[in-house]
Design a protein around this ligand. Structure first.
Ligand SMILES: C[S@@+](CC[C@H](N)C(=O)[O-])C[C@H]1O[C@@H](n2cnc3c(N)ncnc32)[C@H](O)[C@@H]1O
Length: 367
């Protein structure tokens, strides 16, 4: 045939074989041509979405999936396919809605149920993911490993990165207004006050803002900075921070990742409340401190020992626990204040603002 399409009716079978042979891009080309000729049904279009996703063409897959769903609004497979494409584009709320729509159309749609579980898992909602996985046939590829990942999240001593990313991605546009209005957010200002108490004032600091969010914390320290960098799990919070034009470098990442540079001052305003066990994050920060450097952070307060997950899915830490983490990281506590980082439903949330340093504090001359 002149258009290069094999002269057979089972174009979907041909495309499936190409996908199985590791050639999804070729399968997608074949299917696209057939659909452009007006000869693609639901199965061909669904197969195209899968082929494009496997080929890493998430944008095209989403377009194809939207068309498929629009043409077949009562077919569960079409909604599932759209859910898959949305999940691949990290649009989790919309993906979850499409999988749920597919399940309303066909409560037995196993692929939609599995996709729903995976979307909940991406969003860090382990219990909801496990509930969906429990209703999926056992022999589905990937079910065992997805279930194991969800179970691991349930016992993790930190908030799942997917949950944090999803939460703050959704929250990013209204974050400043909500925090500064309803929640009377004061963590950055409190850290700045603590800095003034424990460090000799300097203007030329290399500063890293852990969990920088939209940059409220960076703003409170910009005037002290020679350079100001920020890292955050949420790409949309990073986008908002970038708009402020106060950071030199911003990247999407986890504060438990290795920090590539050295900093005089590392701040984490209202960020460590998304970690239970602080050991690895504080050790990372300690390893990135320049001589005489300092770490400043806020947490929410737990009385007694250890740490616990609060009802708002933020962790609370006890003073004793903070002291033991500092000790294990060879840091000393150069300041620890009781404070109110924010309000919740009109009530003050009790917290601590903490300054940790190596033995030589910022701004003081060594020896
Ligand atoms: C309550 S906001 C505080 C943002 C900013 N520090 C401020 O003062 O406005 C918490 C931020 O920490 C980020 N975050 C939480 N856990 C994180 C982690 N493990 N790694 C990187 N960022 C994290 C969140 O995405 C969110 O933007």
């Amino acid at each position: 045939m002149s258009d290069g399409i094999p002269p057979r009716l089972d174009i979907v079978g041909e495309a499936e074989a190409l996908i199985a042979a590791g050639q999804p891009a070729t399968a997608a080309t074949l299917l696209t041509k057939r659909i452009e000729q007006g000869r693609g049904g639901v199965l061909a279009r669904e197969c195209l979405v899968r082929a494009l996703l496997l080929a890493g063409e998430n944008g095209r897959a989403l377009e194809a999936a939207k068309e498929l769903a629009q043409l077949n609004p009562t077919i569960a497979l079409a909604m599932t396919s759209l859910g898959d494409a949305l999940r691949a584009s990290a649009n989790l709320p919309a993906a979850i809605a499409e999988y749920q729509r597919a399940l309303r159309l066909d409560p037995e749609a196993g692929r939609a149920r599995f996709g729903l579980g995976l979307a909940w898992l991406d969003a860090g909602e382990a219990e909801k993911a496990l509930e969906a996985f429990a209703a999926v046939e056992e022999n589905v590829t990937g079910l065992a490993s997805a279930t194991a990942r969800a179970e691991a999240l349930l016992t993790a001593q930190r908030s799942p990165p997917g949950y944090v990313r999803h939460l703050f991605d959704q929250f990013s546009a209204s974050y400043d207004e909500r925090m500064l209005g309803q929640l009377a957010y004061r963590a950055p200002a409190t850290l700045r006050d603590l800095f003034s108490l424990v460090a000799t004032f300097r203007h030329d600091l290399a500063i890293l803002d852990l969990g920088c969010g939209t940059g409220l914390s960076g703003l409170a320290f910009r005037d002290l900075a020679r350079t100001l960098d920020g890292v955050d799990l949420s790409p949309r919070m990073i986008e908002e921070a970038r708009k402020r034009r106060i950071y030199d470098d911003l990247w999407v990442g986890d504060i438990e990742d290795k920090i590539a540079q050295r900093y005089d001052l590392i701040i984490a305003a209202d960020t460590l409340v998304y970690l239970g066990d602080l050991q690895s994050a504080v050790a990372r920060a300690a390893g990135a401190l320049a001589a005489g450097g300092m770490i400043l952070f806020t947490v929410e307060r737990k009385d007694g020992e250890g740490f616990e997950l609060g009802p708002k899915r933020r962790w609370r830490h006890s003073e004793n626990y903070l002291r033991s983490v500092a000790g294990r990281c060879d840091l000393e506590i150069s300041g620890l204040l009781e404070c109110t980082p924010r309000h919740e439903a009109g009530e003050a949330v009790p917290g601590y603002a903490v300054a940790l340093s190596h033995s030589v504090a910022i701004g003081r001359e060594a020896g």
